[in-house]
Design a protein around this ligand. Structure first.
Ligand code: ISL
Length: 569
């Protein structure tokens, strides 16, 4: 897909990238973008690409505010470019299968982001709807009268402030769980549901293989619109998903779906993804993403603990066993970078080792692993406060939160420290392709939509491809091993050494093959004794398949002394 034809690269789509070196002429600025990087993505061993929204949008929320569900943002290119991307992606079919026991799902290649909890306020539907109470589009959205001259309820938006905005023309309020520019669609309306089905048909006919369904459990709101007690959005959604859209739209095609579903529990997860009557093939839950922030208060950081990672992972791995299916991830476009968050980012050696340790830990969990762009080369958070200023943060969630901090007596340094840990911008800096200016993301002298992370000289794809010991090649190996080993795909998850504070240990068990994963999450030596759990172990020794330290080889003795692991080993 073509990026901006002016000098701007791409604000919305996270995998959207382009390489200017291929062509000399000025058209190079509208070169092939992501299509050009398909071989890179394939080399990594990825079977399927999820594109963040690429539809027309004023970009108040990086493309999650859509004005046309069946168009392409002109800055990215045209529908013809998208179709070329589709053809090129499908021509690289790897013929690998992803399995959701016991139903075989073919590998899917292109997943589009379906953002239908809300539209952009610039969407023609809303532009019409807000004009008058008689508008034919009025009930596409959710309207309520004010209460005593104030908002209809006390609900607080995910992006700070009330979820209600006054509409002068009709003297009432519309609901927006996210930005003011993202009015919620009214799913009670048959017309809205028909519109959404048409969007699904539109893309499915263009050979899209699947959809990520943005905040899909928020589409139904809590009955009666009562005031909330804890005043954040956790209380607003009724969280229930029913197979209706699937019946009328998805089931007509060989379509894969992953629901983005904040606040769900494993029992929801089992129900929604169950092989017999699934609503979605898999879902994204967020419990791990909340372990280093006060629940519901993203900008109140706290240190994470391994015991929380264990508790949450055990809960989801065990909870979805026997019919459900997990999505496993360390990063996405809303989250800080994992190596900054859970690894050791400052020392280059430990950054490499810890990124590999984290990868090993999650790629062998049961479920489908997702890799977010740049994670495979160990990209880090947006750089520290010596370089960044408050006004250089552009993510609406961060910007709106900053506005709420005006009279709260926090110093600039404190605010920058918080954003450094928690801002969504951390994941949204341009992809680092090489060490040329702007990291090869856009032309020298061009202004990327948000600043390139200054560490691109060191951390970039070109350097990773040159170095046999890079994080990239380790990911490649992990993804290959996962497909080669039946235990890694189908094995039952069995946690070991649950009380250990430093080391995460688990097995993936099939009668004919067992896989042991041992990961030291911390930057110091640690050891673990598995003798007490000898009855769970497959045997006394195991063959070493892979390590992130180069000098290990051969066999691991499981029931001798304790097993020693070096920093992040
Ligand atoms: O960020 C979160 C988890 O820590 C949650 O608040 C939640 O994932 C998120 O706010 C919902 O995200 C999705 O919908 C938003 C959009 O801004 C995000 O980029 C998208 O992933 C509204 O469309």
């Amino acid at each position: 897909i073509k990026p901006f034809s002016s000098h701007f690269p791409t604000p919305g789509a996270r995998l959207m990238v382009y390489d200017l070196k291929e062509r000399e002429d000025s058209d190079a600025l509208i070169a092939e973008g992501i299509t050009q990087k398909l071989d890179y993505i394939k080399t990594l061993g990825v079977d399927c690409i999820w594109l963040s929204p690429v539809y027309p949008s004023p970009n108040e929320d990086n493309g999650y505010d859509i004005t046309d569900y069946v168009g392409i943002m002109p800055e990215f290119g045209t529908m013809e470019d998208w179709e070329e991307f589709e053809r090129e992606a499908h021509s690289r079919d790897l013929k690998v299968i992803e399995v959701h026991l016991p139903v075989i799902i073919n590998v899917k290649q292109i997943v589009m982001d379906l953002v239908v909890n809300h539209t952009s306020e610039q969407h023609p539907w809303f532009q019409e709807a807000k004009k008058s109470k008689d508008s034919p589009y009025r009930d596409y959205y959710i309207w309520r009268d004010g209460k005593n001259g104030k908002e209809p309820t006390n609900w607080i938006s995910f992006f700070s402030g009330s979820v209600w905005k006054k509409n002068e023309a009709t003297d009432d309020y519309y609901l927006h769980l996210f930005a003011k520019g993202q009015p919620d669609l009214n799913w009670e309306s048959e017309k809205v549901r028909e519109e959404v089905k048409n969007v699904i048909h539109f893309w499915a006919k263009r050979k899209v293989d699947g959809f990520r369904l943005d905040v899909i459990n928020f589409i139904s709101k809590v009955d009666g619109y009562p005031d909330a007690t804890i005043r954040n959005c956790t209380e607003i959604s009724t969280r229930s998903l029913t197979p209706v859209s699937k019946r009328d739209a998805f089931s007509k095609y060989d379509i894969f779906t992953v629901g983005e579903t904040p606040f769900v529990t494993p029992s929801h997860g089992l129900q929604y993804t169950h092989q017999r009557n699934s609503v979605v093939d898999m879902l994204f839950q967020f419990e791990l993403m909340d372990i280093d922030g006060v629940p519901g208060l993203r900008f109140v950081p706290r240190p994470w603990e391994l015991k929380d990672i264990k508790r949450i992972t055990n809960k989801w791995q065990e909870g979805l066993e026997g019919g459900g299916w997990n999505s496993n991830y360390l990063e996405n476009h809303d989250q800080p970078r994992s190596v900054s968050r859970f690894g050791s980012e400052n020392d280059p050696h430990l950054r490499n080792i810890s990124a590999k340790a984290l990868a090993t830990w999650y790629i062998f969990l049961k479920g489908t692993p997702y890799v977010y762009q740049g994670q495979e080369i160990g990209m880090t958070n947006k750089t520290h406060r010596l370089i960044y200023r408050l006004d250089q943060y552009v993510d609406i969630k961060s910007v709106n939160w900053l506005a709420t901090q005006k009279n709260k007596n926090k110093s600039e340094k404190e605010l920058l420290d918080i954003l450094y840990l928690r801002s969504r911008d951390n994941a949204r800096t341009p992809m680092q392709w090489d060490d040329t200016p702007n990291a090869g993301f856009c032309k020298e002298g061009a202004q990327p939509w948000v600043g390139v992370n200054p560490n691109y000289n060191e951390i970039n794809v070109e350097a990773a491809m040159r170095d046999p010991d890079s994080i990239f090649y380790f990911y490649q190996t992990l993804l290959r091993l996962r497909k080669q080993h039946q235990s890694a795909l189908y094995g039952t998850y069995v946690p070991l050494a649950n009380q250990h504070e430093k080391i995460y240990a688990y097995l993936r068990v099939l009668p004919e093959e067992q896989l042991l994963v041992l990961v030291n999450f911390f930057p110091d030596d640690s050891s673990v004794n598995l003798n007490e759990e000898a009855e769970k172990l497959p045997g006394r020794r195991c063959k070493l398949v892979l390590s992130n330290y180069k000098d290990v080889d051969g066999e691991l003795l499981l029931q001798e002394e304790s097993i020693k692991l070096r920093p992040h080993e």
